[in-house]
Design a binder for this molecule. Structure first.
Ligand code: NAD
Length: 341
């Protein structure tokens, strides 16, 4: 190699410029990554959870992955979750993502990645909402947001960006301040009726699309009867629902092996019954019409969150920033390049 490989740093502001207002396009990128994953053209090992004995609510997760096809990149997302940050006035999650060249293995970019992570999470859930609703033949018009931080805001943006329109929007959060803040955000962007529900049961019973984006570590919604109206549930925070609710619903995940781990609600359900028969299939199975979600049962989408989605979106951001001539490389980042000096 005659020239040293380059290394770029992409800021959150650059990422934001590359993704904001492009919800449909990012959703197509996420869908393409799911298809590559379903076709076996990705590598997505287990996420690694770094936890702290003196701070059990916090964690940092490593998500290494590789995506083939046109994306053609290896890499890793390294994302912290420190829920106490919110009270201190900064977001819960912070992240960086490294992209590696598939020919040489060299890392060639480090991207601020909390935005990429939120965008791919929202795009994945919006994709599921659109595809599952269409196949059930039920268009949701009443959405309920259960837990309303940054992820709920991105979810709302991506649902709207993918053409979903709501007559009513419900909000529930343990914190009245967060609920009011989110209601204020919705009022600036929505024309539908907006209601804050103090009781979780009221939110669920009055919504045909329910979005869970709390930071709950164990199930706090326990009664299957609250879901008797057969809503579509985007269970993004993964640990809110009791095994009974999971077992009485039609379950779609992003990846079975990944999702039935780390004490997610589907994992707890598996531990309860000793099998996985309650998982109908994956979102890829839905996209390829291998499974058809019913209208007469609650449908729950539980996405563990795959590193391949982060890489696909990050690759797109890198290409955009490069095409705009805005790539900021670090001079002499790789220095010891001559074998014998
Ligand atoms: N599956 C995925 O791929 C994926 C990706 C990213 C984030 N997430 C998850 O999304 C969740 C939300 O992330 P965020 O950044 O918006 O967090 P956040 O801390 O900004 O917001 C979470 C909100 O939930 C509320 N809340 C907590 N427990 C609650 C409960 N029991 N009932 C009602 N409200 C409750 C909090 O008051 C807060 O307003 C996290 O659990 C995160 O792990 C999942």
């Amino acid at each position: 190699m005659s020239q040293s490989p380059s290394f770029a740093v992409i800021s959150g502001a650059q990422v934001h410029r590359a993704v904001s207002g492009r919800e449909e396009q990012i959703t197509r990128i996420v869908e393409a990554a799911y298809r590559l994953h379903g076709e076996g053209r990705t590598v997505n090992p287990d996420s690694y959870f770094l936890r702290f004995p003196d701070r059990p609510s916090s964690r940092i997760i490593a998500l290494p992955a590789s995506v083939g096809g046109e994306v053609d990149v290896h890499g890793i997302k390294w994302i912290s979750s420190f829920p106490e940050n919110v009270a201190a006035g900064i977001p819960r999650a912070s992240a960086v993502l490294i992209l590696n060249d598939t020919a040489t293995g060299y890392p060639f970019a480090c991207l601020e990645s909390s935005i990429i992570s939120a965008a791919r999470t929202a795009a994945s859930a919006a994709l599921a909402a659109v595809e599952l609703s269409a196949r059930r033949g039920v268009r949701p018009t009443r959405v309920g947001f259960f837990g309303v931080g940054l992820i709920a805001r991105y979810l709302h943006t991506y649902l709207a960006g993918n053409g979903l329109e709501f007559e009513s929007l419900g909000v529930h959060d343990l914190s009245a301040e967060h609920a009011e803040g989110f209601k204020g955000y919705l009022e600036r962007t929505e024309r539908g009726q907006i209601t804050v529900h103090d009781k979780p049961e009221d939110l669920i019973r009055s919504s045909d699309l329910v979005v869970f984006a709390t930071v709950a570590g164990e199930p706090h919604v326990l009664d299957p009867a609250w879901f008797a109206h057969n809503p579509l549930v985007l269970h993004v925070s993964l640990r809110d629902l009791s095994p009974e609710i999971i077992l009485s619903s039609y379950n779609v995940v992003d990846d079975v092996e990944h999702c039935l781990k780390a004490n997610t609600s589907p994992h707890l359900a598996e531990q309860r019954v000793g099998h996985r028969d309650f998982v109908a299939g994956t979102l890829y199975d839905v996209l390829t019409d291998k499974i058809t979600p019913p209208a007469d049962q609650p449908v729950i989408f539980s996405p563990f969150g795959l590193g391949v989605l982060d890489l696909a979106v990050a690759r797109h951001v890198y290409d955009q920033v490069q095409a705009n001539g805005d790539l900021q490389t670090v001079p002499e980042f790789f220095h010891e390049m001559k074998r014998y000096g």
